[in-house]
Design a protein around this ligand. Structure first.
Ligand SMILES: Cc1cc2nc3c(=O)[nH]c(=O)nc-3n(C[C@H](O)[C@H](O)[C@H](O)COP(=O)(O)O)c2cc1C
Length: 205
């Protein structure tokens, strides 16, 4: 079986390009309050859609609202005060959801143990694609999932996982002094030997 169609031109993504893209992504809090074309938004979500998922269930769902949407405030209200202090800088506010039960099991509610994991994979693909277009996604755990379900009348078969904003980088003038000081694209990471083990737990690979 032919796995690669010959007539499809494949652009090679070099390691250097991939590293550069990964390094470009970060989670800012300063954003331009500016519309993003529908095309770009769709491209971002289309990139996420290509993520792998357990049984190819694709348990991800999203609500995406702009400040011009009627129910924006209903969503804004769901965030904790700290996130409200900066997330309104961006024009778009969203929530990722995971479907907790497999759709392929019609007769019973069979829990999908990996729904959250799969939504995370989606988000990383989407976030990297956003970065190719000079757009940034900042995710938030600081919100009330119960309030999201209630405000939008959503079944508890779905779990709100993260809220996030999408936008172009701002110039920092929209931030409080304290947040401006924190604003940095360089956050630390654990070294490989702190989490990649072999033979014995906590014995570095
Ligand atoms: C699931 C998740 C929840 C997060 N929650 C918040 C949050 O509530 N508020 C916030 O300001 N940042 C939040 N962040 C951003 C992280 O603090 C940030 O990704 C981390 O410090 C690494 O920095 P970087 O994304 O700039 O590389 C969250 C990120 C993720 C992935």
């Amino acid at each position: 079986m032919e796995l690669v169609q010959e007539n499809v031109e494949i652009e090679t993504l070099t390691q250097k390009q991939f590293n550069k893209l990964q390094e470009k992504r970060w989670s800012p809090r300063s954003f331009k309050d500016k519309e993003i074309s529908r095309d770009k938004i769709l491209q971002i979500f289309d990139a996420g859609r290509k993520a792998p998922s357990s049984y190819n269930e694709q348990p991800w769902r999203f609500l995406l609202l702009s400040k011009d949407d009627e129910y924006y405030d209903k969503l804004f209200d769901c965030m904790v005060e700290f996130n409200q202090s900066w997330a309104g800088n961006a024009h778009y506010l969203a929530v990722s959801f995971g479907k907790k039960y497999f759709s392929r099991e019609k007769s019973e509610k069979k829990p999908n143990r990996h729904y959250m994991y799969d939504v995370g994979a989606f988000m990383y693909g989407a976030t990297l694609m956003a970065a190719t277009m000079n757009l940034y996604i900042h995710q938030m755990a600081g919100f009330s999932p119960e309030k999201v379900l209630e405000n939008f009348s959503i079944s508890s078969d779905y779990e709100p996982i993260s809220m996030f904003v999408i936008g172009e980088l701002g110039d920092g003038t929209d931030l409080t002094e304290e947040l401006e000081e924190k604003e940095s694209p360089y956050s630390s990471r654990k070294s490989l030997n702190e989490f990649l083990f072999s033979n014995e737990w906590e014995k570095p690979f």
